[in-house]
Design a protein around this ligand. Structure first.
Ligand code: B12
Ligand code: SF4
Ligand code: SF4
Length: 373
């Protein structure tokens, strides 16, 4: 009797946990997520070596924080040894128009889609916490052991993309971001680590095939090989993470991209399945769709903080942002913007002043001999 009882008990538990997993998925959609899938923390054994190779090549540039906690970033089972499952969530921020359209309008700046409204860290974290709280309550109501949970989005040393692929949410495309057959690539990732042993989903496989659209479109040639990014050349890194002056060879390649870059995502054919974000918090704010460079260059600290309140852009501060705007002005080919740049040649921030001088010189060359500073 005892021998027959154990398999029966296990089968019953499996049945209960399968049902519980489906309830979590339904609740994930109810709180606003577009996709959910589950893996084990130890399902990404390839990551430590690949992360080590990335760091050894110096591809992380000034992002020293990627190297500092690499023992955790490489191995989620070390980050929290008690965790038995990782619930990976996708949050769709699909744009409502062509994200590349702004590149043709040199008098305005292009802000990448993800940053045109509310900071996703806040939005995703709120959703994760709601879902995690619901999960604990539901487990207790179902007489299951009360689970422990930890939620993460972006800022913790968690290899979100490899975990999401192991769980089956999508695959890491040749541009290194996660692509999904249902959502395309305009979605954020977040995770709930839990002590609960939930049923896992099937890992997704690569569907890039012979395509290389993302590699070919990159304005700075930032991919040394498919699936590998040299962040030091990536416009997203240069405009958001890199402090101090940007290498003069790279400045012309930034065009009018003033915060982040969407080119490799926008080029991906799988985005024909993408949907516009349903949450208005991800819809572009009017003032950030096509902001005038002349206006942005005039921002002081207080004006910058007021304009970008609640936005991820606030994090980089006025000086780095105005630096980016000045590079865009220098690339605009519009001599009328020369005066705007000239006013910043004496800026107290040396990087801003350097960018202003560079812009003035570039526009001077266009205008044939107007005064510099
Ligand atoms: C650091 C970082 C950046 C850096 C470096 C990007 C990078 N690719 O590493 C910079 C500032 C450049 C950046 C830019 C962007 N980022 Co970012 N970033 C991160 C962060 C914080 C860590 C990523 C990381 O660990 N990088 C280190 C490298 C080693 O990891 P990796 O890319 O996974 O590298 C793997 C591949 O190289 C792979 N590999 C190597 N060889 C091979 C061979 C094969 C065959 C295969 C399959 C794989 C493979 O193995 C490596 C290890 O896993 C994550 C959040 C997180 N905690 O994960 C967000 C994150 C990746 N970023 C995100 C976004 C949205 C962006 C941008 C689109 C923003 C923008 N519009 O400007 C761009 C995209 C640029 C790009 N092409 O990657 C999202 C991506 C969502 C998604 N759908 O995938 C994330 C997950 C944030 C989030 N929570 O949503 N980012
Ligand atoms: S985000 Fe832009 S610069 Fe960075 S890899 Fe993609 S296309 Fe290249
Ligand atoms: S553009 Fe092509 S190669 Fe790049 S991620 Fe999409 S399918 Fe893969």
């Amino acid at each position: 009797m005892v021998g027959a009882g154990l398999p029966l008990f296990r089968a019953a538990m499996r049945y209960v946990m399968d049902g519980f997993r489906d309830l979590i998925e339904a609740e994930a959609h109810a709180v606003g997520f577009s996709g959910m899938a589950i893996c084990r923390p130890w399902d990404v054994p390839q990551v430590p070596d690949r992360l080590a190779a990335f760091l050894a090549a110096g591809y992380h540039g000034q992002m020293g924080w990627l190297a500092e906690r690499s023992h955790w970033r490489g191995a989620p089972e070390v980050l929290w040894p008690e965790a038995r499952s990782v619930i990976m969530l996708a949050d769709n921020y699909g744009p409502d128009g062509d994200p590349m359209a702004g590149l043709a309008h040199a008098e305005t700046g292009v802000i990448s889609v993800y940053a045109q409204n509310r900071d996703y860290h806040d939005v995703v974290k709120k959703r994760l916490k709601r879902l995690a709280r619901w999960m604990i309550d539901a487990a207790v109501r179902a007489n299951l052991a009360k689970p422990e949970v930890k939620v993460f989005v972006d800022t913790a040393p968690v290899p979100e993309k490899p975990l999401a692929q192991a769980a089956g949410l999508g695959w890491q495309g040749k541009h290194t971001n996660l692509v999904s057959r249902e959502l395309g690539s305009w979605f954020f990732l977040g995770s709930i680590f839990t002590t609960m042993e939930l049923p896992v989903d099937k890992a997704e496989v690569d569907h890039c095939g012979s395509c290389r659209a993302c590699l070919d479109v990159c304005p700075t040639d930032a991919f040394p090989a498919p699936y590998q990014l040299d962040a030091r050349r990536c416009i997203s890194y240069l405009t958001i993470e890199h402090h101090g002056p940007v290498d003069e060879d790279l400045r012309p390649l930034l065009g009018n991209r003033i915060y982040g870059c969407d080119d490799c995502l926008a080029a991906c054919p799988w985005n024909k399945f993408a949907q516009t974000a349903s949450d208005v918090k991800y819809h572009a704010r009017d003032g950030l769709r096509a902001p005038q460079l002349a206006k942005l260059a005039g921002l002081d600290d207080a004006g910058f903080r007021a304009l970008f309140s609640g936005s991820p852009i606030k994090r980089i501060g006025r000086n780095r942002f105005v630096r980016n705007v000045l590079y865009a002005i220098g690339n605009s080919g519009l001599p009328d913007l020369g005066g705007v740049a000239q006013r910043l040649c004496g800026d107290p921030d040396p990087t801003v002043a350097d960018a202003a001088r560079w812009a003035v010189e570039r526009l001077e060359a266009v205008a044939n001999g107007r005064a510099g500073c």
